[in-house]
Design a protein around this ligand. Structure first.
Ligand code: PEP
Length: 250
């Protein structure tokens, strides 16, 4: 099965105003975009519903986080059931900013992933090593340790609803992009792990996308790697060049 190229835009805690939001949407709605690519953008929760309504229908929206409980006394959280009920198809889980700034463990990320799938959502699951871990030669080991609780929590779940985003922490928002060889190696290692821990079909069919300082200038070379199935884009998703990244394969 061919893996459909996937482009995610992680707006993080941007844009700051509704006017900026309208301008981003205008750019995306008026652009010529490759129809063979799956495009998903993740705005802050406050903009999810309005963006869903005004964005062209080929572009889907994702939440940037969700909790693992369906409802209750969890101030500040959004549940996967609420997202599903609102027609939001995707959620990003395990982003390095959540892991680092909000102390989310891989076990919590696994619980959230399971709950999101159970609610019918698709998940963009982020993993990746720090610079120190890469320099210590521990990249594959760290990524596997992040994936292992998810594999255990998912059991027989439908892996076609998971997109794995390999995002080296040292490349996120730094302008220091991984080389295409580094990305390819990490993605291939993820497939080797999935083949061993889940199944060869899951290893072959799961999309593994790269994130970390992707721009219009570097997307073509990265996107040409055999195991790179698209990108999760932060900073550049807020700029007109995001359209060029969507059109990487054109
Ligand atoms: C991200 O936040 O997921 C990301 C990849 O950010 P940036 O593209 O800005 O490095």
């Amino acid at each position: 099965m061919a893996r459909k190229f996937f482009i995610g835009g992680n707006f993080k805690m941007n844009p700051a105003t509704r006017e900026q939001k309208r301008s981003l949407v205008k750019t995306l709605n008026e652009a010529t975009i490759d129809s063979s690519v799956e495009v998903v953008i993740a705005p802050p929760a406050i903009y999810l519903l309005s963006l869903k309504d005004i964005l062209r229908k080929e572009i889907q929206v994702a939440a940037q986080n969700s909790y693992f409980k369906p409802s209750g006394a969890f101030t500040g959280e959004i549940s996967p059931a609420q997202l599903a009920d609102a027609g939001i198809p995707y959620v990003i889980l395990g982003h390095s900013e959540r892991r680092t700034l909000f102390h989310e463990t891989s076990e919590l990320v696994a619980q959230k992933t399971r709950a999101a799938l159970d609610a019918g959502l698709s998940v963009i699951l982020c993993v990746g090593e720090t610079l120190q871990e890469r320099e210590a030669g521990q990249t594959a080991q760290v990524v596997q340790a992040q994936l292992a609780p998810v594999v255990a929590a998912l059991a027989e779940a439908d892996w076609s609803k998971i997109v794995i985003a390999y995002e080296p922490v040292w490349a996120i928002g730094t302008g220091k992009v991984a080389t295409s060889a580094q990305a390819q190696e990490a993605h291939a290692d993820i497939r080797v792990y999935l083949a061993k821990a889940v199944s060869s079909a899951v290893a072959e069919n799961t999309r593994v996308i790269y994130g970390g300082s992707v721009t219009a200038a570097n997307c073509k070379e990265l996107g040409a790697q055999k195991d790179v199935d698209g990108f999760l884009v932060g900073g550049a998703s807020l700029k007109p060049e995001f359209v060029d990244i969507i059109n990487t394969k054109k």
